[in-house]
Design a binder for this molecule. Sequence first.
Ligand SMILES: Cc1cc2nc3c(=O)[nH]c(=O)nc-3n(C[C@H](O)[C@H](O)[C@H](O)COP(=O)(O)O)c2cc1C
Length: 416
Amino acid sequence: MSIHRDPDADDIQLYSDLPPPIHLPTSELLEHYNPNVLAPLVRCSKLPFRHLTSLYETHITHTPMILAEEFSRAQVARVSDFSTSSSERGVYWMTPSTSSSSSPKKRGKEAIRVNHPDDDRPETPNELITYYNPPSTHSDRLPPTPTPPTRDAVLVRGNVIAQFASPNAKSLVDAAELISPYVDGIDLNCGCPQRWAYNEGIGCALLRKPELVRDMVRAVKQRMGWGWSVSIKIRIDPDQRQTETLIRNALASGISYLSIHGRTRHQPSTDPVNLDGIKFAVETVKGEVPCTGNGDIWTYEDVLTMRERTGVKGVMAARGLLANPALFANYSSTPPHAISQFISLSTTYGLIFPLFHRHLAYMLESDFSRNEKVWFNCLSSSTAAIDWLEGRGLDWRSARGSIWDARRGRGVVSAL
Ligand SMILES: Cc1cc2nc3c(=O)[nH]c(=O)nc-3n(C[C@H](O)[C@H](O)[C@H](O)COP(=O)(O)O)c2cc1C
């Protein structure tokens, strides 16, 4: 990107001269830019937390798992399960990874794939155009710095993916269509290990139903068009042949990317992640689609190890981001400005007290003494929690900046 820069210009001038960010399909973002990913988190990866992580180099975020059947049937479920904002996607300087054979920067708009090789439907060129538009082109978001950190860096807009759980294609397709104007794609949960989910035929019950997964993904692609992002998030199987069959079927259905959690359905999250299991899945994919690897990402070192050891393009974190939303921006623990931003985002967007309290507890856990933990757990309103933090010296009102402001990542980004 050649941007002519006046050496005497201040930040305001430099920011106002920036070109609009490019908005790529999620598979392209993964293929070319090695993005960082917030995992789907029931109750936790709602709008305020997604927005918060997007301020700290988290390029793709997922909603919590949403039950497709309820979502497609009831307005009340839609209102309670999903909210978004035109500003929740971040804007980032990203440098194409050297392994990319054809950078989308060079190909411009052609980077959006509209047809799948298996697409045998009759041509209806105008039918699906709306789904290829970014959910909202308006955004107040700025990158962490007005100056590109490398010569090849381009301004890229982040992606938001809605995760659904469904035991059948019909509910999934209906839910996907309803949510499509607001997100960049959907993900099918094939990993929730809870017994109730298994009994409902959702989550990890799908791990050994490869044909059903194939039919579900294919049905969404047929309704929405092959260019629309549909991914699946799986756990590894102790029997690798099962993982192989699942992946082969998923590829045949036209998945856009694959997320791999490196634990089996019977393994608790206290077990260490199996990087070899993720590597096996990545090798099975044979580069047909990009993969993200998930499990035990607690530090920036873990991010690098995950990529090196498994060959994934994207790295997805769950508990590590709950504990430290600035993890991907190379902070070793939650910085005070992230707490300030979280309070600001939660009060602006609205977040019920139990969730507000839980997020703060996750973020401050490593910082709390035993006594403080007891005190904090007794608080019963957001106001009480904020007062308590102010009493500990947090000046969140002046520390928060603008809620669209990612400039706190300044210096960190160029250090990566
Ligand atoms: C509070 C919580 C909620 C979760 N909710 C979901 C979910 O909605 N969908 C999903 O696919 N996985 C869910 N998971 C699993 C995570 O996405 C992730 O796969 C798992 O925690 C392993 O990553 P980690 O080792 O980085 O925590 C959840 C995990 C936690 C801790």
